[in-house]
Ligand binder design. Sequence first.
Ligand SMILES: O=C(O)CCC(=O)C(=O)O
Ligand SMILES: [Fe+2]
Length: 299
Amino acid sequence: MSLIHLPSTSTAADVSRSLLEHGYAIVDELVPDELMDRIAAQMGPHVEATPFGQDAFVGKQTRRTGSMIARSEAARELVMNPLAIATAGQFLGHASTFQLHLTQIISVYPGSAAQPLHQDQLAWDFFPFPDDYHIQCNLLWAMTDYAEEMGATRIVPGSQYAGRGKTYTQADSLPAVMKRGSALFYTGKVFHGAGANVSDRLRQAINITYAVGWVRQEENQYLSCPMNIARTLPDDLLKVMGYQMGCFAMGYVRDFEDPMVVIREPQTRGVFGIDMVNKNARSDQSLTDVARHLHEASA
Ligand SMILES: O=C(O)CCC(=O)C(=O)O
Ligand SMILES: [Fe+2]
């Protein structure tokens, strides 16, 4: 048995159907090498500077490098990949909104042991979300080719609804073998984990995950991307990052305002704006005064 692969021409409906039914789908060669090259170049120095993990779960021979929106313009394209966004929107369509949950290059070095099999949704304090309520739509983008011996992510097919309280062994799992630029879509419920890297090659994946809009994000997007960079980003990306209401009241600022107001109109209102407005008002005032005095003096 091998895992399910879909062509890059698949629709969000095709991927969502596979996610609902099987808990995952591998979409082959969805983005070109050229995009992965740019991300690798922009993120390379950050990967090199990242410490190895401290425990078996994150991997002692594994580096996890985040803040990809701030650090890599090319990574923003991956976050906004049309099929990823459309699938997240459809698969999480039972919630008012969805949002970016984390961005992370996972570099599994030769010698890395297999990661324990797990469900990503356990990150929310092990809360037992109902089987029919999906919290996440996750992607692992292959940044290098993904061979079994390099530590390709392993999936336990059929585990997403049967899983609670169950434990699985590596023997229950299959490797998501795929080419660079392909994407493994998977739910928060399906059991999976990085495989052991018994090769002499580095395995790299870009984990970009989306969650319903009302939960806390794993990677804090408001602090991971400094405000001066956030202000240069387009509205659609900012909204995905969480600069919108997560549902009718979740995430408002000040007097029940949309967070985008703070990003876009800092000079007009509020905690970010008031000081500046007041200072501007004072300097405008003094300039006006000077102009008036000059006018009166010359009259
Ligand atoms: O690196 C991988 O293949 C999977 C990583 C993973 O599942 C996780 O960190 O939650
Ligand atoms: Fe995981």
